[in-house]
Design a binder for this molecule. Structure first.
Ligand code: NAD
Length: 391
């Protein structure tokens, strides 16, 4: 069938298999070229479990570790193949493409499609590690999910403030217009639910389960991803309901490291840059900030996408013996370039001056949209979007 984008608000309900393949190949080519140029001087795990491996930061982690460290990768995703007149999800096509290229390059790559929060999925992964890999020596935890079911309770995460309502500029992605939005505070119950979904409980459960099944090497490293960002987004993010979940994730990293100190297992939080992914598009205010940030970082030649960020994480910030370059609080800062004072000063100035009339000039909104379409395999150079494709 001929596949066209069907965008509804911040989500696209179709995905293009050839386009997704091309985007994955481009990320692989980037990693291969960096490695060939001798840029990989970091952590060298042999067998890596990537939870949330099909898109965004998780997919880029998988690519960077496979093509930087030469690691075997076992992925976990929650995606669906095509059915009826519906295409598969982009994560589905990305994973097909990754496995195809990895196998061609002689790298082990398998993926479990299931709900990572569930015990069944953990068991399936553990069985596969036992039969194929023996043990893993690294675990990347890169889930971004709207809900989590525990027993018969389903928790839904919310993107709200805590304490007081917050009003600021936002972009309405349905019609590309800038307006003001007021974000209401989350209730205590909503905050608890957000922490359940996006906090560290499930990360710790994974590490405990892997350890109990004796499939985690001594000295293994595990990393999960977080975000801090500038003051303008703090009420919405860092101090918002999602920020509470990220604080819990950070506390969890310390707890895991303490709990398994004897085995030398180290858990880290990497604070990453704000980027267009399926998850970040859903957050109010943040997409407008991202489109200004893209403009400024591109002008300063400091712009990075998911693969550049993740390659830098494993090649430079994490060392071969499992130590990491961290800030005073023990967090890895991959947002170091985003948070440079000269970048943030310019972003703040543009943010303050921006209005509905000048926003095209003050933002890289075209860059934002082109990244957005690429998430679903659209707008990729060299792909014939009029051609019939096997979905
Ligand atoms: N995008 C950003 O700007 C940004 C910045 C800093 C940190 N982060 C963090 O990075 C992490 C990954 O985010 P992303 O933006 O790459 O997200 P994403 O939406 O691109 O990817 C999420 C991944 O999780 C998987 N997933 C979702 N629910 C699942 C489930 N129940 N079971 C198994 N797999 C499931 C998806 O299949 C996908 O592979 C999150 O912790 C996020 O908060 C994101």
């Amino acid at each position: 069938m001929v596949v066209k984008p069907k965008v509804r608000g911040f989500i696209c309900t179709t995905a293009h298999p050839i386009g997704c393949d091309a985007v994955v190949k481009r990320e692989i080519d980037y990693a291969k070229a960096q490695t060939a140029a001798g840029k990989y001087n970091g952590i060298k795990p042999k067998k890596v479990l990537v939870i949330g491996s099909s898109m965004g930061y998780g997919l880029a982690s998988r690519i960077a570790l496979a093509y930087g460290a030469g690691a075997a990768t076992l992925g976990v995703m929650f995606d669906r193949p095509a059915s009826g007149n519906k295409t598969g999800t982009s994560g589905w096509y990305n994973t097909q493409a990754f496995e195809k290229y990895a196998h061609a390059d002689g790298l082990y790559a398998k993926t479990v499609n299931g709900d990572a929060y569930s015990d069944e999925c953990k068991k399936e992964v553990i069985d596969l590690i036992k039969s194929d890999l023996g043990k893993v020596d690294m675990v990347v935890y890169s889930l971004a999910a709207p809900r989590r079911t525990v027993g018969d309770v389903t928790y839904s995460s919310v993107l709200k403030t805590t304490g007081a309502p917050y009003t600021n500029k936002t972009i309405d992605l349905r019609n590309n217009t800038v307006s003001e939005v007021t974000i209401e505070p989350a209730t205590e119950e909503e905050i608890t639910a957000t922490v359940k979904v996006m906090g560290g409980e499930d990360w710790e459960a994974w590490i405990d389960a892997l350890k109990a099944a004796d499939v985690l090497e001594d000295g293994a490293v595990t990393v999960a991803y977080s975000y801090i960002g500038p003051k303008i987004t703090h009420p919405m993010y860092f101090e918002g309901s999602i920020g509470r979940a990220k604080a819990h994730l950070f506390e969890t990293s310390k707890r895991i490291t303490e709990k398994y100190a004897k085995e030398g297992i180290k858990a880290y939080i990497s604070v990453n840059k704000a980027l267009v992914t399926q998850s970040s598009a859903a957050i109010p205010i943040v997409p407008l900030y991202i489109s200004i940030l893209y403009k400024v970082m591109k002008e300063h030649n400091l712009h990075e996408g998911c693969i550049e960020q993740m390659y830098r994480l494993f090649a430079e910030k994490l060392t071969e013996n499992g130590a990491a370059e961290t800030d005073g609080e023990g967090r890895i800062r991959l947002d170091d370039w985003e948070m440079k004072p000269e970048i943030q000063d310019e972003v703040t100035k543009l943010w303050n001056d921006l209005n509905a009339d000048n926003f095209k000039q003050y933002t890289d909104i075209d860059g934002y949209w082109s990244d957005f379409y690429e998430l679903f395999g659209f707008g990729v150079e060299g792909v014939d979007y009029e051609a019939d494709v096997e979905v």
